[in-house]
Design a protein around this ligand. Structure first.
Ligand code: USQ
Length: 384
């Protein structure tokens, strides 16, 4: 299959390019290298020493014999997106080319607006490029479990049956996003559903949980590693806790630590994307997949990371710090996940097994964590 990855330089995008090419897909990708610039802007760096895109492509070719085609450019430029899609004629476009960080969008009005324009306009340009050039193409869109927020109800996969004043309907489940970033994903959902309605674009909207880890079968040498962030802006919960443990920083659940989310390992995220790509929606179908391995509270995660860290002689001290975010710290959380297991998805490892891979790998880069350590403690606040 011809697959085009938007955001091919990112944590997920680089990993997915190699993963799909190894499975025999013909892979191309786009990136404007924005993530590297944003991480530099906040004074941090990837803990893994990632190579330039040119070096990555060469290294992967040497290791696997496979070619990846790369276009450097900005998804917010509609003419560029149109041209690239027209040239490649992909069977599937995977949209990972967005700013993924809630804290970045909460810095100030400029960062909020930049995140919203970048994410929403880039996505719209892809919708129009599909309609104009490859109307049968499958769009695999990365959404987030955070679109639903933390309702006091079970969370279905996108839609639910509701009875109101004696009448019944199947409607989109309410969205209650928790940051300007999460709001962009909600806007994308509505734009995608509308494009599906008027043009029949076939689409999978993936509501993905928080991804962690650093290991897929393709990362056989240092040149092929994907990026790994642990700063307060781009680092996410498990990845931050593992990096914190390696340099003897306290593990930092925010507030009471009862915040519960779905989490999944990087290699399982790749497995899920591949299943969705290889089992496309029917003509004109819009479907929603919730995507995670397990749900955990941040306190539970910190304890699990601490336990494994201690096996490597690390202290793994946990210290609940004041929560910089406005979010429920104790709540009900029961999301469904049936579509992907029905198509064959099975988590590869237990969380503990993954931690036994991630923590020793990060220990190799202890100096690089020390160098970004000043960006670990949260300074960006949700409330004024
Ligand atoms: N948290 C801590 N301590 C930390 C860091 C985070 O307690 O040191 C807490 C947060 O307050 C939050 C939870 O952990 O309650 C998850 O935060 P996160 O930073 O790991 O993830 P989040 O901001 O939700 O965003 C990440 C990705 C985003 C994706 C989302 C999926 O950056 O791209 O959409 O996970 S989800 O969380 O399901 O919305």
């Amino acid at each position: 299959m011809k697959v085009m990855i938007m955001g091919m330089d990112g944590y997920l995008g680089w990993t997915l390019g190699m993963y799909l090419a190894d499975k025999g897909h013909e892979v191309s990708g786009i990136d404007n290298m924005l993530r590297r610039k944003m991480v530099a802007e906040i004074g941090s760096q990837s803990i893994t020493p990632i190579k330039s895109m040119e070096e990555r492509l060469d290294a992967y070719k040497k290791a696997s014999g496979n070619d990846l085609t790369f276009y450097k450019g900005d998804l917010t430029e509609s003419a560029f997106v149109n041209l690239a899609v027209k040239k490649e004629e992909p069977d599937c476009i995977v949209q990972l080319g967005q700013i993924p960080a809630a804290p970045y969008s909460m810095i100030d009005v400029e960062h909020c607006n930049f995140t919203q324009v970048n994410n929403i306009i880039g996505h719209n340009n892809i919708l129009f490029a599909i309609k104009d050039n490859v109307p049968d193409c499958h769009l695999l869109k990365l959404g987030t479990m955070g679109e639903y927020g933390t309702p006091n109800l079970d969370i279905p996969e996108g839609f639910f049956e509701i009875e109101y004043r004696g009448r019944k309907d199947k409607l989109p489940f309410p969205r209650q996003p928790g940051s300007w970033y999460h709001l962009t994903k909600v806007h994308d959902t509505w734009n995608l559903m509308f494009a599906n309605k008027i043009w029949g674009i076939r689409a999978t909207d993936v509501m993905q949980g928080v991804v962690h880890g650093l290991n897929t079968p393709q990362m056989v040498n240092e040149d092929l590693l994907t990026r790994y962030d642990a700063d307060e802006v781009f680092g996410t919960a498990i990845n931050r806790f593992c990096a914190q443990a390696v340099v003897g920083h306290d593990l930092t659940p925010y507030g009471k630590g009862g915040q519960t989310r779905g989490y999944l390992a990087l290699r399982d995220s790749m497995q899920c994307f591949t299943i969705a790509i290889e089992n496309p929606p029917k003509e004109g179908e819009y479907r929603v997949f919730n995507q995670f391995d397990e749900t955990y509270s941040v306190n539970d995660l910190a304890e699990r990371v601490s336990k494994v860290a201690q096996e490597y002689g690390l202290e793994g001290k946990i210290w609940n710090i004041p929560n910089p975010r406005l979010e429920a710290e104790e709540h009900y959380y029961e999301p469904d996940m049936e579509h992907l297991p029905n198509l064959g998805f099975k988590p590869t490892n237990s969380l503990e097994d993954e931690l036994h891979i991630t923590i020793p790998k990060l220990m190799e880069y202890k100096d690089r964590i020390e160098a970004m350590r000043h960006t670990i403690d949260p300074k960006i606040k949700w409330t004024a």
